[in-house]
Design a protein. Structure first.
Length: 320
């Protein structure tokens, strides 16, 4: 028998129609378009309307990924939704997504902030290799606009809403296609650098609090190190990568990580200029864009990498 590999057989994304521009932000806080673009690379971000939900965006992204993979609801053996902005604390947002998609398989939320999608990919891969599912639907979905403090110019310019999804399938093959090396880390002592804090001015609703400079420094160190680690374990050098699909944090951070990890910026898939930082949704959204545009071709080496609150970080290699 040929070995089983976890292969991405379909992708999808969904973003709200609403768009918040840098010009819009200039009317909310003391900032300028030039300041935002220079420091983040972001021009616009999608913002959900009051009647849109994390589960709604996630379900639509999942529906599109399932259609691309040509699988039905009965084919999906597990659903994982990576999010830190669930519809509610209980039940899991994944249960509402499952209902929307007609799924009756196991379904749960995974919370690792911006690193959530790469964590969820590894859990999905393990399920396939263990034989407990033939197809796993992995979704990253966030409504960060609900937790942004629009009086804090250092954070409100960063975040947007959206969802991205992939179908992971168990494929018998003697090629290297699919997910291979996945490595992860955390440092809970640094949890205070990026967290949700109840804000009295918003009626006790949580708001993002971030020590941006220190998060930036930690991200450059950990992301560059884990890129080198996973490609070394995969048996090749960073320059042999065809594409890196990173968490879309901000352009300056991506430039610093790429330089330190010896990866040309031209190999990074970037959509943050139009979508901003969408936390767990950012990698699958960017991946879907790149695949549908034909940028990522069969046989190419791809790396997914992210760092988020916790601090949590992770990376995995994939061959298309």
């Amino acid at each position: 028998m040929k070995p089983i590999r976890a292969v991405i057989t379909g992708t999808g994304r969904c973003v709200p129609e609403g768009v918040l521009t840098n010009a819009d932000l200039q009317r909310l806080v003391s900032t300028t378009d030039a300041w935002i673009v220079e420091r983040t690379g972001i021009h616009t971000r999608h913002i959900a309307s009051s009647d849109e939900t994390t589960s709604g965006l996630a379900a639509e992204a999942g529906r599109r990924a399932m259609a691309a993979a040509n699988v039905s609801a009965t084919d999906i053996g597990l659903l994982i939704v990576a999010t830190v902005t669930p519809d509610e604390r209980m039940p899991a947002t994944a249960t509402r997504v499952a209902h929307s998609l007609g799924l009756t398989c196991g379904a749960f939320d995974l919370g690792a902030a911006c690193a959530g999608f790469v964590y969820a990919l590894e859990v999905g891969r393990a399920s396939l290799l263990a034989g407990t599912a033939r197809h796993v639907l992995v979704i990253g979905a966030e409504l960060l606009s609900r937790v942004v403090d629009y009086t804090d110019r250092d954070t409100c310019v960063l975040f947007g809403d959206g969802a991205g999804a992939v179908v992971l399938s168990a494929v018998e093959t003697d090629t290297e296609t699919g997910l291979s090396i996945g490595r992860f880390g955390t440092n809970g002592a640094l949890a205070h650098l990026l967290h949700l804090e109840e804000a009295p001015e918003s009626g006790g609703r949580p708001k993002v609090r971030m020590q941006g400079r220190e998060v930036f420094r930690q991200a450059v160190v950990h992301l560059s190190e884990i890129i080198r680690q996973v490609v070394a374990e995969a048996g090749f050098e960073p320059e042999s990568l065809d594409w890196v699909v990173p968490h879309q944090a901000n352009k300056r951070l991506l430039e610093a990580v790429a330089k330190r990890a010896d990866v040309p910026m031209s190999k990074l898939v970037i959509n943050l200029d139009r979508c901003g930082n969408t936390s767990a949704a950012s990698i699958p959204m960017a991946l879907d864009e790149a695949l549908r545009a034909g940028r990522i071709e069969p046989g190419q080496r791809v790396l997914f990498v992210a760092l988020g609150a916790g601090l949590t970080w992770g990376a995995s290699t994939y061959q298309a």
